[in-house]
Design a protein around this ligand. Structure first.
Ligand code: PHE
Length: 341
């Protein structure tokens, strides 16, 4: 039996097939139900107990040698055959397009929003993700005991309460007001951080985009019209908006903006929970305290600000039900978004 095992091993080693069909034939002869290895296994049952250990090991080695050799031959002989058939192909045929990937849906939506506001004369402003208390809270009229400063909501760095990860992109507005005199018209996209448990509707990292407009005689009506224009551009010509009174420390008066549900056209559906409306952003007239804190005279200038979560807009636009998908970067998810948008 040992001789037959050794003999098979040499045959496996030296086997040099020309075609994939020969490899398959060889596989059946060796590893098939009625193949040579199966026959040896049968015989093995009757072997004297003192020989079993050694012969068993040999048989196992033979089997794995056969399996790996056949796997190897399958890929090399198969590839050679493929290359052979390619050679007789039409050499003048144009090459196939290389796949260049697609943009992340958050980038797509961000670019679209920036593009809409740039038509209204806004330019993009940027700022750091690691901020200080002044730019995230104090300059925006947050009282010292405001709950947003609480450890529960804000990530503080190295136990120094003056160094924080920004919780909103309003900090970029403060930096813009420091640098620039009115008129100011900026749009501020960026990543923000909040100490929240991760679920289908909340994440500790997400993206916001905020706008700030300061000039002489800027009114609530200007804000409303700008936001209406934006909503129609993003969600379609038929879109309507409504504003509900709200509160933010940095704006007065403040409002939440709803758009008519783009899925059901305002009739009421699962996405808008039967109300016909979807909340998309917060907004308001810049509080005079904020203007003053940033060196702008509130008697001369007024302005409005608005801010929205990009993930939320993307979820509404694409009908994505789970926020976490945006962070997992599974290509099967990302491939579905058309970069041309
Ligand atoms: N910064 C606010 C937030 O993070 C959004 C906002 C921006 C509201 C500007 C009003 C004006 O929720």
């Amino acid at each position: 039996m040992t001789d037959r095992i050794n003999d098979l091993l040499t045959r496996i080693e030296s086997f040099a097939p020309a075609t994939a069909a020969q490899v398959e034939e060889f596989r059946i002869a060796l590893l098939g139900k009625k193949g040579e290895i199966a026959a040896l296994m049968d015989e093995f049952k009757g072997v004297a107990p003192e020989l079993k250990r050694e012969l068993g090991q040999k048989l196992n080695r033979l089997k794995s040698a056969a399996v790996s050799r056949i796997e190897e031959l399958k890929s090399t002989v198969g590839a050679r055959e493929d290359a052979g058939s390619a050679r007789i192909d039409d050499m003048t045929r144009p090459g196939s397009d290389g796949h260049i990937g697609s943009r992340h849906p958050i980038s797509l939506v961000k670019n679209r929003i920036v593009e809409i506001f740039s038509r209204l004369g806004y330019t993009v402003a940027d700022g750091p993700e690691i901020e200080d208390d002044w730019h995230v809270f104090s300059a925006l009229n947050f009282p010292p005991e405001h709950p947003a400063r609480d450890m529960q909501d804000t990530f503080f760095i190295e136990k120094n309460p003056d160094v924080v990860l920004r919780t909103h992109t309003s900090s970029i507005q403060v930096r813009t007001m420091e640098r620039q005199k009115p008129p100011i018209r900026v749009i501020c996209p960026g990543r923000v951080f909040r100490n929240e448990a991760i679920s289908y509707r909340a994440h500790c990292i997400f993206h916001q985009i905020e706008g700030l407009y300061i000039d002489r005689n800027v009114s609530f009506a200007d804000m409303k019209q700008s936001i209406l224009y934006f909503a129609k551009e993003l969600f379609g010509e038929k879109t309507e908006i409504r504003m509900r009174p709200s509160y933010f420390p940095f704006t007065e008066p403040s409002a939440e903006v709803d758009v008519s549900c783009s899925i059901c056209g305002g009739k009421g559906c699962g996405v808008c929970k039967g109300t016909g409306w979807l909340e998309i952003m917060g907004c308001g007239m810049v509080d005079p305290n904020v203007l003053e804190a940033n060196g702008i005279d509130p008697n001369e200038y007024s302005g409005f600000a608005f801010g929205m979560g990009i993930e939320r807009i993307a979820m509404l636009k694409y009908g994505v039900g789970d926020l976490r998908l945006y962070f997992e970067n599974d290509v099967r998810f990302l491939n579905q978004f058309d970069s041309a948008l």
